[in-house]
Design a protein around this ligand. Structure first.
Ligand code: FMN
Length: 189
């Protein structure tokens, strides 16, 4: 098996991190790999925000949990897992990671969700190849509605929130979950 395939098959979401700072040069390399993903009409509209400041991570962790809980209550079907997190002061959606990368697209994007998602996929694989762990954090999505978050992160109006990815050195072995068999619905030959 070639190195790229080995990297793809050995990646797994990491939810336990060493506190060590990720060097800026590595963060830049990982983001560059994200930026090099395929993107609709080559608009190159994906832009990034990095947060390493511990106070900010802690603040946005709590805000994201509360916002997610509000959204889930507003849906009329409060989620017990989200309610548990909301009442647990130690709950940490960022799993103790020392760095967080948020992905946005600027208004020139024609396929923002696809572009941003492909960027995250590239970043996860690039980071893994460099010995870092990552995890997509869907629970952070509520931050998109938080004016303080957008202001502090200098996200201009009109930019679309796409994703949140945590990054750092894994604390311990990466736990790789097995995948079920690939389902090919049809193969017309
Ligand atoms: C859109 C999306 C949202 C996710 N949100 C979270 C999350 O909020 N917290 C978390 O720990 N993992 C989250 N994950 C990670 C998934 O749980 C994980 O990718 C899945 O269980 C497969 O495991 P693997 O990444 O190790 O292959 C998310 C993944 C995706 C693609």
């Amino acid at each position: 098996m070639n190195d790229v395939l080995i990297n793809i098959y050995s990646r797994a979401s990491v939810r336990s991190y060493k506190p060590d700072k990720v060097p800026d040069s590595d963060i830049k390399e990982i983001i560059r790999a994200g930026f090099h993903a395929a993107n609709g009409m080559n608009r190159q509209a994906v832009e990034f925000v990095v947060i390493e400041n511990k106070d900010s991570i802690s603040k946005y962790n709590r805000k994201a949990i509360n916002l997610f809980a509000e959204m889930s209550r507003a849906s009329g079907h409060p989620n017990p897992m989200v309610e548990k997190m909301a009442s647990d002061p130690k709950a940490d959606i960022f799993h103790g990671a020392p760095a967080i990368v948020f992905v946005f697209t600027n208004p020139s994007a024609v396929t923002p969700v696809e572009d941003g998602s492909l960027a995250v996929g590239n970043m996860m694989l690039a980071a893994h190849s460099m010995g870092y762990g990552t995890c997509f954090i869907g629970f952070a999505a509520g931050l998109d509605k938080d004016p303080e978050f957008r202001k502090e992160c200098k996200v201009p109006d009109g930019y679309k929130y796409i994703a949140c990815m945590i990054l750092g050195r894994p604390d311990g072995d990466i736990e790789k979950h097995s995948r079920s068999d690939v389902k090919i619905l049809n193969w017309l030959k």
